[in-house]
Design a protein around this ligand. Structure first.
Ligand SMILES: NC(=O)C1=CN([C@@H]2O[C@H](COP(=O)(O)OP(=O)(O)OC[C@H]3O[C@@H](n4cnc5c(N)ncnc54)[C@H](OP(=O)(O)O)[C@@H]3O)[C@@H](O)[C@H]2O)C=CC1
Ligand SMILES: O=C(O)CCC(=O)C(=O)O
Ligand SMILES: [Mg+2]
Length: 739
């Protein structure tokens, strides 16, 4: 009998799992369904890579590899919660925590010198950034807000800041020299192998990537971000932000684009603090400051200096801050700026939050202020400027009437930017980068480059593209909504994709469907106009736009991407059910540790489990699984109707209380169904017990709030302490145990 695999991840979702998974296990046990946990947390993934450094007790299997293999099997049924895609500072923190717990792991070598250090760094780089999702996502993405969620938002609208036509907020993006402008793309006519080389100006040939296999009909593209053009652009933006009196704020995806974007982030830090980096370059070299890590690490490194030297540099930084434009803040109370930590300013979550907040970010005084949102690469920046322009013209969106924008995203088999990590290089020497066909010696793609440029190559295989087009048609058919391919005929890669759409779309039954191709800017305008009129429009997009759009629209429509249904129909027949569309919410953990209140909304988990159970029922011919799934869906609807999502404030219902209500409604729905007498009998008793003890359980859960929590770690909490903290009601635990 196959199993359902539930992932143990990090931060808030991992805390939520400590409370929710025991409920799930107790309920599903009744129907012979086995739920197995797989640990893909950052700490777990680190430990799995270095068995040779660990004691027998510390060794763990490589669960990510196991799940990655499983995702290619037809019986796969995986519930995937968000995990940390670690920036270098996070990776180092996790290593340090494991070391402090007796794990004799090597340090992360910033600049590896010996062969051994090179091996260590390359291993750590496998855990860095978006290292999980591309492995598990062996299918394309289907993310949408279920009807019940939209109805909930219409009845309980979230706050939405008003927009004024004279808002000074705007997006600043490059007009030349960036990834978009320099992109070249071709479709491979027949399977081959390629090599990536740098031909330097003095004629030397340096191999950047030894060998890469390409399939028939695969699209490849290559592009380069010019360091010179980037620096000129950034300098202008710092000056312009100061002149316009707006906040300077940069938005990148240093986690998902783990090789390119940290470098771009570093250039922003260095440009903003140029007088500091110019004056103290020797000292910084000595103490190992890397601007890519951000200001927080820089401040920590200053601790290594004698007090007078440290104070002098701190004062200089302060002077630059006072002299330059105001910086947007991630946390004004704690003085954490937009340039402190690269993983704090992730574009998909931060841009919609700004748009929801009248286009304003927080300044150092904790007040909202108009902002210059700097998005260096222009590939997708236009969707945000189009949205901002729309809000300036029409005012804020109204969650009680607005339509919805589901997404069908191309991401299977490391499609597009997801597969670029091992093919992105910061160029060390001027010359030209060539992608050479090893069978014909022909140069397929070529760019001249200068020292410091960032060159990258992406791939997307033919089968995932065809699957994506089919998925788009099936969603259009299921909803009768227009489906728009967000593709730009002025972009090299998109032109190749458009050819495939024109090839594969006519092979589908599209009779009566409205399917169009528009550039991202046009598609944004078209979609926003419809959304305002309460109409729904499917966005069909590439991988990065998928990421952006599945935060942008959910955050505007339903207040958070946590309430999204997120399905990945795996290409080999299995199912990957993701929870929500957001991340691991580090701010939530902070609040939980300080005051014992967790505000993580598990609706995404409820929705994912519902579809996973249904899928399980069909695959394994297990009608009970289907009944459990249907009852869970009914419970989720009641949960929304009764507004039992966690509140943001301490001493009010939190994640644990919300799980209690879900369990109550789930038991109720099972007690009321008549398709399975055994389940009915079990859950009639359970529902009665829950009702009897409701007051006591809710009191237990509230009493547990209001004080600091110790769960024995951040990246690797102690499971017992975590369980004690997340399951504080004996009465509730006993009921679950009795099932
Ligand atoms: N699928 C995946 O594995 C993903 C992983 N990530 C990873 O998550 C981490 C944090 O990323 P970040 O960009 O800060 O984005 P997050 O989505 O984690 O957080 C942004 C904000 O969104 C709100 N939010 C997100 N999820 C929930 C939820 N379930 N319930 C309630 N509110 C929620 C919170 O708002 P508020 O503070 O107002 O409550 C939160 O602070 C990074 O390590 C990133 O790599 C990110 C996206 C997807
Ligand atoms: O893979 C990642 O790092 C982030 C993924 C993400 O944000 C998403 O899928 O929405
Ligand atoms: Mg995202």
């Amino acid at each position: 009998m196959s199993k359902i695999f539930y992932t143990k991840t990090d931060e808030a979702p991992a805390l939520a799992t400590a409370s929710f998974l025991p409920i799930v296990k107790a309920f599903t046990k009744t129907s012979g369904i086995e739920i197995e946990t797989k640990n893909i947390s950052l700490a777990g993934r680190i430990a799995a890579l270095f068995p040779e450094y660990l004691t027998e007790e510390q060794k763990v299997p490589n669960d990510l590899d196991v799940l990655g293999e499983l995702a290619k099997q037809p019986e796969a049924n995986i519930i995937k919660l968000p995990n940390i895609s670690a920036s270098i500072p996070q990776l180092k923190e996790a290593i340090a925590e494991l070391q402090s717990k007796g794990y004799k792991l090597p340090d992360y070598p910033d600049e590896p010198k010996t062969e051994e250090e090179k091996v260590i760094k390359s291993k750590y780089d496998k855990v860095k950034g978006s290292a999980v999702n591309p492995v598990l996502r062996e299918g394309n993405s289907d993310r949408r807000a279920p009807r019940a969620v939209k109805n909930y938002a219409k009845k309980n609208p979230h706050s939405m800041g008003a927009w004024s036509a004279d808002s000074k907020t705007h997006v600043a993006t490059m007009s030349h020299g960036d990834f978009k402008s320099n992109e070249k793309s071709i479709t491979i006519p027949s399977a081959t192998e390629v090599q990536i080389v740098l031909k330097t100006e003095n004629g030397a040939k340096k191999v950047l990537k030894e060998k890469l296999s390409l399939q028939d009909g695969e699209i490849i593209d290559a592009t380069v971000m010019s360091k010179k053009a980037l620096l000129v652009f950034l300098k202008e933006q710092v000056k312009d932000a100061k002149e316009k009196g707006v906040l300077f704020s940069v938005h990148l995806k240093a986690t998902m684009m783990k090789v390119s974007d940290p470098v771009i982030f570093g250039h922003v830090v260095e440009t903003f603090f140029k007088p500091v980096f110019d004056k103290y370059s020797t000292t910084f070299e000595k103490i190992g400051v890397n601007p890519n890590d951000g200001l927080e690490v820089l401040y920590n490194k200053l601790e290594k200096l004698p007090t007078n030297e440290k104070t002098e540099i701190e004062n200089k930084i302060q002077a630059v801050l006072e002299d330059g434009p105001s910086l947007a803040m991630v946390n004004s109370d704690k003085g954490i700026t937009n340039l402190h930590v690269p993983s704090d300013i992730i574009i998909d979550a931060s841009m919609p939050a700004m748009i929801r907040n009248s286009g304003q970010m927080w300044n150092a005084e904790g007040k909202p202020q108009d902002t210059k949102a700097v998005i260096p690469d222009s590939s997708y920046a236009g969707i945000y400027s189009a949205t901002i322009d729309f809000c300036k013209e029409h005012g804020a969106f109204d969650p009680t009437t607005m339509g919805t924008v589901p997404n069908v995203g191309l991401m299977a088999q490391k499609a597009e930017e997801y597969g670029s990590h091992d093919k992105t290089f910061e160029i060390k020497e001027a010359g030209s980068v060539q992608v050479i066909d090893l069978n014909s010696d022909k140069v397929l793609l070529e760019h001249s480059v200068e020292e410091g440029d960032i060159w990258r190559m992406c791939q997307v295989k033919d089968a995932p593209i065809e699957d994506w087009i089919k998925l788009a048609v099936s969603r259009a058919r299921a909803t009768n909504d227009p489906a728009i391919f967000w593709l730009d005929e002025n972009r090299a890669h998109d032109r190749e994709l458009i050819k495939k759409v024109n090839l594969y779309l006519p092979q589908q039954d599209t009779d009566g469907l409205d399917i169009q191709i528009m550039s991202p800017e046009k598609a944004t305008q078209y979609t926003l106009k419809r959304i305002k009129e309460g109409k729904d429009t499917i966005s069909v997009s590439g991988n990065v736009l998928r990421d952006y759009l599945t935060d942008l629209f959910p955050i505007l429509e339903v207040g958070t991407s946590a309430k999204m249904l997120s399905i990945v129909p795996l290409m080999n027949g299995g199912g990957l059910f993701e929870t929500g569309a957001g991340g691991s919410a580090p701010k939530h953990v902070e609040q939980f540790l300080e005051e014992g209140h967790l505000r993580w909304d598990s609706l995404g988990e409820f929705l994912a489990l519902g579809v996973s159970l249904e899928f399980y029922g069909e695959k394994n011919n297990n009608p009970k699984a289907k009944i459990l799934g249907d009852a869970l869906d009914a419970a989720t609807e009641k949960f929304l109707l009764n507004d039992k999502s966690p509140s943001r404030k301490v001493k009010e219902l939190d994640t644990r209380g919300s799980h209690f209500y879900l369990a109550k409604y789930w038991a109720e729905a099972l007690s009321k169904q008549d398709n399975d007498a055994e389940l009915k009998s079990i859950f009639t008793k359970i529902y009665a017990q829950i009702q009897n003890k409701e007051e006591q359980i809710l009191n237990d859960l509230l009493d547990a709030q209001g004080s600091a929590q110790d769960i024995g770690g951040y990246y690797k909490p102690n499971p017992n302490l975590e369980s004690i903290a997340m399951r504080p009601s004996d009465a509730f635990n006993k009921i679950l145990q009795s099932i």
